[in-house]
Each structure stands twice: as C-alpha cells, then as structure tokens.
Design a binder for this molecule. Sequence first.
Ligand code: PLP
Length: 400
Amino acid sequence: MEKLEQYQFSKRFDGVPLIGSAFAGEHPGLIPLAFGFPYPNSFSIDGLAEAAVKALKSEGTEALQYSGGPGQKKILEWIRERSKLRSIQVDTDQIMVTSGSNQGIDLVARTLTDPGDSVWVEAPVYFGALRAFYLAQNELTAFPVDEAGLRVDLIEEALIEASEGKRPMPKFIYVLPNYHNPAGISLSVERRKKLAELAYTYNFYIIEDDAYVELNFDGEFLPSIYSFGPERVIYMSTFSKIVAPGIRMAWIISDPEVLNRIKIVKTEGLTSVLMQEVVSCFLEKVDFAEHLKPLVAGYRMRRDAMVQAINDFFGDEVSFEKPEGGFFLWLTFPEKIDTTRLLHDAVEAGVSFVDGKSFYLDGKPTNNLRLAFSFCDEAQIREAIQTLAKVYQKQKRSVC
Ligand SMILES: Cc1ncc(COP(=O)(O)O)c(C=O)c1O
C-alpha cells in the first residue's frame, strides 16, 4: 500500500500530541507512576463475569440487538439516584450514557463550538480534554489553579474584559472540581457557587468533569457546580474509576435540549447496549457502598505510601498538596528543575511519570510533574520515589 503523504491528513492533527492510555504500552518494565489506571485488584472480575452471563442468558436477544434491552433504563435510574449524593436532582431524560467521559468531553466540545470558538480551561489541565478541544479547533485560554482550585477571581476579571469586547467570551469553561487531574486539589464551595453565578451572568456553559468524585478519602462530599447552576452546567462522570475503565461507560447530565443535539453528534449511535446490560446486572447485584469501601481504602493506602515516601526521600525539597481523593499527586520542584529532562533520566532508571509540560497549553518545560498513586502497589511506589529522588539529586547537582 502506498504511504499516505502528510498533506492527506486533516489539518486538525497539527501539533496535537498523543498522551494517555493510547501511549501506555510504551516502556514495558518501568514502575509506571505515569499510569492513571486503577490497580489490578480493584476489578470485581467474578462479579462482572456473573453479570455478563446473566445479561446474556436473561436479556441476550435484546441486549445483542442495535436497540438494546432493559439495562439502559436501569442504568439511567441508577445514575439518577446516585447523583442525588452530588446534590443533583434530575429526570432520566437529562442523562445520557457515553463510551467513557473522554467521549463525553469530545461530544460536548463538538456540540457547543465551531472552529475558532473560545474555550477556557484550567492550568494545569487534563490532557485528554485538551486533545478534544484541539481537535475541535477551539481557541484555548488557561487560568491558573491554587490550593482551592480554579482561580475564579481571574475568570471573573477576564469575563469583564470579554463583556467590554477586549477578548472573546468563552463558549464554555472546562473544570475538574474534585481531586483534580493532575493537580490533586478540589474546588472550594464558594468558588463553585461563584462560577455558576458567572455562567448565568455572562451566558456560557461549564463542563464539570467529575471523574473522581466517588474516590473520596475523608468522606466529605462537596456539592457539585451543577447543583448551583443546572441550566448552565453540563456534568459528567464515569464508571471507569468505580467499576473498570475497560467497560468504557460514563454519563453526561444536562438539559434535554443540549442532550438532543449531542445525540446527533454521537454518530456511533448507542453506547454498547450489551455492556450496559452487564453493568446494570452488576449494579443490581452489588451493595454499591460495600463495593466502594475496599476501593477507596486501596487508593487511600497508596496515597499514604506515596506521601510517606516523598517525605522520606525528598524532605522539604519539593512541595505538593496532599490529595484528599482521586489518583494523582502533583509535585513541584525547585524552579531550575526541568521535569521533561528528569523524565528522560527517570525512564533510564526504571520509573515513569508524566512531565508537567503535558498539562499546559504552551508546552514549555516546567518544574512540576504528575505522579499516579492509583496503579502500583505500596512497595513499588516507595521504590519508584526513592529512584526519582536519586535522579533528582543528579539533575540538581548539574543545574545548581
Ligand atoms: C479528569 C478525567 N476526565 C475524564 C477521564 C476519562 O475517563 P473515561 O475512562 O470515562 O473516558 C479521565 C481519565 O483518566 C480523567 O482523568
């Protein structure tokens, strides 16, 4: 077959990097602190196997058809009930199941924006979302986060400028309110409220990506941004972190009018109806609170192991906010340290992580990096952090 020339690809690809799970197979043999993956023992393999048999045996004829079986309705009901814990009161016609939240982000971007439309994101920002926005050819502007999440005060200043015609108004702002990927922080309740108010005043949407909400280590849940602005917020969450990412199942909650348009953009049709049947049987069988307990405990244990190892091997040479949930810890080094260079040396020494520049729009080297504590066991985490500290000491000697 003839090789495709560069000019035959869409211009949308220009400069869009491939990061994330599509890249995960690289460098086998490393201790992968780069992987934002659930740890292998977190999967309920027996429970899912039983559910798969039940789904096929009892609903097979419908579940294998394009239109699917009763599981779709049951999943919507489950999501509706569960959402009440996030202070979200909706009907099932406000919920749509997608093939992962990544698809949800992509669909929403393509539904709300045209090429060149302005979209505002956090800095740092989840690179999976960035990829969707780049491909939608959005004009991106990033606003910093601090220990209480997105700097909503800076958003307000920029909105005032936009209302005076000094910059474009955003079509939407993408926000990750709980246990941020990569920053590990959560948005304060005051800022959630304020952001929702601004969305009404200046007429933009908020995409609230709540992928990690269930993995909360201290038991305190904050109300969603959605609860402060249901007409202006498109909320999404996922089964990836609480059942398994391999099932590729997540959901969007929004106004039915928005969902009706998203359905047009979702050209694949329904999300795997067989898998919806399986997950529905699984959720029917388990006591979900009991199912979550060991998962949350497993992640908390890993978080603690990582924090302990950082304290032991780095002392006060690095800084970080201790994550109260989720998968990630965001480590900041002294300014002279370039984590892209550090990554190169760390890979040679047997450890991977994601360098800071992957989470910023300008792609310039930074002095922070993302560590995932979600996947490795405690011994691996300790060994990896020790190795990282050695690699860091070497770079420090060469730059200071
Ligand atoms: C913030 C955030 N949003 C969305 C996703 C994608 O989740 P899904 O597996 O549902 O596509 C991830 C996965 O890592 C994530 O970290």
